[in-house]
Ligand binder design. Structure first.
Ligand SMILES: [Zn+2]
Length: 202
């Protein structure tokens, strides 16, 4: 891939290199080597730079390298912290296979990221734990308004629906056009409102 160097105007080409990415983990300050990172390199002025795609690809690599699932020890810690006696009880509570904790805790396999997330969520707060408990007690019945985000979304939907319903059939053409987003303009000479064929930008 050849492009024009933005610094000197000569041709530049893409090069691959191992890029030492500092502070990849903002908590530990850990660095990571991005294998075969790409950047542009100018033979004439020796400038080097990244375009957006190259930057994104490096960021993806770093995110994947840094995202580490819970270790067997950490999984055991979470499992033991929950108020159950057996591994099977914890597994049932989290809708996991009853053998899952045996496999994860001996390191034979690890949880996928979704189950990893589930373990973290349930261990994170009493509210999260009680929520799962309530789901079991109600046989996982889904009541949309019990869910914060769904509830907020429904409230917004209601407002939109009210706005859409506003122009009634018997209302004037002006009101209907206005409700559809047409801009009203006053004709000073005749004192009438008229509408151009353009809508208010969303
Ligand atoms: Zn150059």
């Amino acid at each position: 891939m050849k492009i024009k160097c933005p610094f000197c105007g000569q041709f530049a080409s893409e090069k691959k290199f191992d890029y030492l990415y500092h502070n990849a983990n903002p908590v530990t300050g850990e660095s990571v080597v991005v294998k075969d990172a790409k950047c542009f390199h100018c033979e004439s002025c020796h400038e080097e730079w990244f375009n957006k795609a190259q930057e994104d690809s490096i960021q993806d690599f770093v995110d994947r390298a840094m995202r580490k699932p819970l270790t067997p020890m950490e999984i055991k810690q979470i499992r033991e912290s929950l108020p159950f006696k057996t591994k099977k009880e914890v597994a049932d509570f989290l809708c996991l296979n009853s053998k899952a904790f045996v496999r994860w805790e001996n390191g034979y396999t690890g949880p996928n990221m979704a189950n990893d997330l589930l373990l973290r969520l349930v261990a994170y707060s009493e509210a999260n734990f009680n929520f799962v408990k309530k789901l079991h007690e109600t046989n996982f019945a889904f009541v949309p308004t019990h869910y914060f985000f769904v509830n907020e979304f429904l409230k917004k939907e209601e407002i939109v629906t009210m706005q859409v319903e506003f122009p009634k059939a018997e209302e004037s053409t002006q009101a209907i056009l206005a409700a559809e987003g047409y801009i009203a303009r006053n004709d000073e000479e005749y004192g009438e409102e008229y509408y151009l064929d353009d809508k208010i930008a969303a």
